[in-house]
Design a protein around this ligand. Structure first.
Ligand code: LLP
Length: 408
């Protein structure tokens, strides 16, 4: 198996396992495809890379250099975006239960602030008054691949309920703010093209109501991210060109119909840009014939938590056995002392042996960023393949990193 022209076995020999590997060319290709899909002669479109999907500075920089702004969620992410040179005007800060400290960091950095609640404005005004403000609005409906990643609707903790959105903007007007944006993000991992124009259509109706009641217009309207990628037995890839075409069509039509001014359309994809460019390479440590058949590997939910957290299923490749018949049904688990440390249940794979490499694909988004040193199994190295060369962009975590933070 090769990743962007480099044999996985060579990478393992050099850097060991478990190992995250990223194909930077794939990220660029994803970026280009997305840009083309959302290109318009009449509507100005801003794309913000949602760096929560993978906040490695080299990756944030790659998207900035390819024409994308950055969507940040915390002062830490903001610091990375600023450090790699993203222009503050191209940074959107969307927090959740933002503290005064969070708001102060965003305000001082002069980035675009998108508030999560009505009460957030009161807190923000304690640290300063920006010229422009945006709210994340919960339209009362949500859709995500799993309930855990559905971020809109009446069970979600995010955003201002749309019934209260008029009060939210009214308060901002009362505070003397005159420039506005609006934001929505209803869920992640969606593979249905129709969802996006439908969701936008509904959101624009909500904004039309605010426009009608308060007389304000919006400088930008951000419809969030959420563009899915297929995982194991998940069906087809999203046709992003259809999504772009239909979203732009709805945007143009409704903005005119509802007299919403001349807003920029913003999107903030994470997974779509990095998901399929990442691989988690690990090694089979032992095969156990218990009540069921297990292969234990040296990655676990400490390395990739998506299967344990959402029951997400990543495709698996066994390098060197790509053409061997998948005739064994097996459970793949990690070394963590928890029964939820399972990557796959009854997965059909080629016969496995101790020492085999096992690669989880589609691991570039919400992989390494959600890893942790539980059980003191430390975080893996990260390798980028750039122009056919491997570069260690994060070295493997060591026990001295751990002890550095500890006062004995
Ligand atoms: N913007 C906002 C405000 C968000 O909350 C999110 C994701 C995004 C953009 C990017 O969404 P994307 O394009 O990546 O779907 N850890 C989960 C995904 C959680 C997504 C949360 N918000 C997973 O591993 O599937």
């Amino acid at each position: 198996m090769e990743i962007s022209g480099i044999d996985v076995k060579d990478l393992v020999e050099k850097y060991g396992t478990p190992l995250y590997v990223y194909d930077f060319q794939r990220m660029k290709d994803n970026a280009e495809r997305l840009k083309t899909a959302f290109k318009s002669d009449t509507i100005s479109v801003d794309i913000y890379y949602a760096m929560k999907a993978n906040c490695h500075p080299a990756i944030v920089k790659l998207f900035w250099e390819n024409g994308f702004g950055t969507d940040c969620v915390s002062p830490g992410e903001l610091e990375v975006a600023l450090k790699v040179g993203v222009n503050p005007e191209n940074i959107l800060y969307t927090g959740n239960y933002e503290s005064l400290k969070d708001l102060s960091a965003a305000f001082k950095a002069r980035v675009i602030i998108n508030l999560d609640d009505i009460a957030s404005l009161d807190r923000l005004l304690k640290v300063g008054k920006p010229e422009r403000i945006s709210y994340r609005i919960n339209p009362g409906k949500g859709r995500g691949k799993y309930k855990e990643i559905t971020t809109g609707g009446n069970k979600a903790k995010f955003g201002v309920p749309h019934e209260k959105s008029i009060v939210a903007y009214e308060n901002a007007l009362k505070a003397g703010i005159r420039r506005f944006g609006a934001h929505v993000m209803t869920g992640s991992g969606v593979l249905d093209e129709d969802h996006f124009p439908r969701m936008l259509n509904n959101f624009l109706d909500i904004l039309g109501n605010i426009r009608h009641k308060l007389g304000i217009t919006f400088e930008f309207i951000d419809m969030g991210g959420g563009f899915g990628i297929p995982y194991f037995e998940d069906g087809e890839a999203l046709d992003i060109h259809i999504v772009g075409r239909e979203v732009l069509r709805v945007f143009k039509k409704k903005v005119k119909e509802l007299d919403l001014g001349n807003p920029t359309l913003a999107i903030e994809p994470g997974r779509y840009l990095v998901g399929d460019a990442g691989y988690l390479v690990s090694r089979v440590l032992g095969i156990k014939e218990s009540y069921r058949k297990f292969a234990g590997v040296d990655a676990g939910f400490n390395t990739l938590i998506r299967p344990a957290l959402y029951n997400a299923q990543h495709p698996i490749v066994i390098p060197g056995k790509e053409n061997v018949e998948k005739k064994i049904s097996i459970n793949i688990c990690g070394q963590i002392c928890e029964n939820t440390d399972i990557f796959a249940i009854d997965r059909m794979l080629p016969p496995l042996e101790e020492g085999d490499l096992i690669v989880f694909t589609q691991a570039g988004a919400y992989g390494s960023v959600m890893s942790m040193p539980y059980n003191l199994r430390l975080r893996p190295a990260e390798i980028a393949v750039i122009n056919g060369k491997d570069v260690e962009i994060t070295r493997r975590e060591t026990m001295s990193d751990y002890f550095n933070r500890i006062n004995l």
